[in-house]
Design a protein around this ligand. Structure first.
Ligand SMILES: [Zn+2]
Length: 225
């Protein structure tokens, strides 16, 4: 996960909510129309730099759904509260079902206060570690309770789904090879810096390994390419 800083709700959502009658009524989620849904999707993808709120896979092609961090089934009063809305990838191909789905599709109505890791939390990136194998684990420095919570979240969201592990491993391998052929500035531009409002998918895994060992290697010697 990468920390998501929630901004103001889109104008279109505010206007739509103002028109709801009777006041205080919460329309079923399926009744959300466009507008405001298009503006909401655009704003969510922009806020998240085109990365899924949970796995940080790319959602640039619009292949995501609007996710309720606190599920509607747990508290429907949060249904249209912007702070509760995130963009989650679809969790694998539509024909993949069961344990191979990940992110919002796997999380479904699972939500435990203090256990479900909140991608809006400051420092959320430091709760995880990302070896070059492509797998994701809780960070080693966490106390026992926090470690268990992060581990449970990884399991419930299926963040070690084979498709995610192989995609993470592929980009980590490419970035690792580029450490020896690119200068530091070029490498950072390619893997860590925002370009046209987008971040490289699996940014937290790239940044983790950059800080852990690549940063030092990239400063050594002149660029060779
Ligand atoms: Zn995802």
């Amino acid at each position: 996960m990468r920390r998501i800083r929630k901004g103001a709700q889109p104008r279109e959502l505010a206007a739509w909510r103002r028109r709801i009658r009777p006041r205080g009524f919460i329309p079923p989620w399926g009744q959300l129309t466009n507008p405001p849904s298009g503006a909401m999707r655009d704003a969510l993808a922009t806020e998240q730099r085109q990365l899924c709120c949970y796995c940080t896979g790319s959602i640039v092609a619009g292949n995501f759904h609007i996710e309720h961090f606190c599920p509607r089934a747990a508290d429907r009063t949060f249904t249209y509260i912007w702070f509760n809305l995130l963009a989650s990838c679809q969790g694998g191909d539509p024909d993949i079902v069961g344990p191979r789905r990940h992110c919002g599709a796997a999380k479904d109505n699972w939500f435990v206060v203090g256990v479900t890791v909140d991608p809006r939390r400051a420092g959320v990136e430091a709760l995880f570690r990302f070896p070059l194998s492509g797998k994701i684990f809780p960070a080693k420095h966490l106390d026992a309770n926090r470690y268990r919570a992060v581990d449970t979240t990884i399991t419930k969201l299926n963040l070690n789904a084979p498709s995610l592990v192989s995609r993470r491993a592929a980009i980590l391998s490419r970035a690792n090879m580029d450490v020896v052929s690119l200068d530091r500035a070029t490498w950072r531009r390619r893997y860590l810096e925002e370009q046209d409002g987008q971040l490289q998918e699996f940014w937290p895994a790239l940044n983790y390994n950059f800080e852990l060992h690549w940063a030092t290697l990239l400063t050594l010697g002149p660029p060779t390419a």
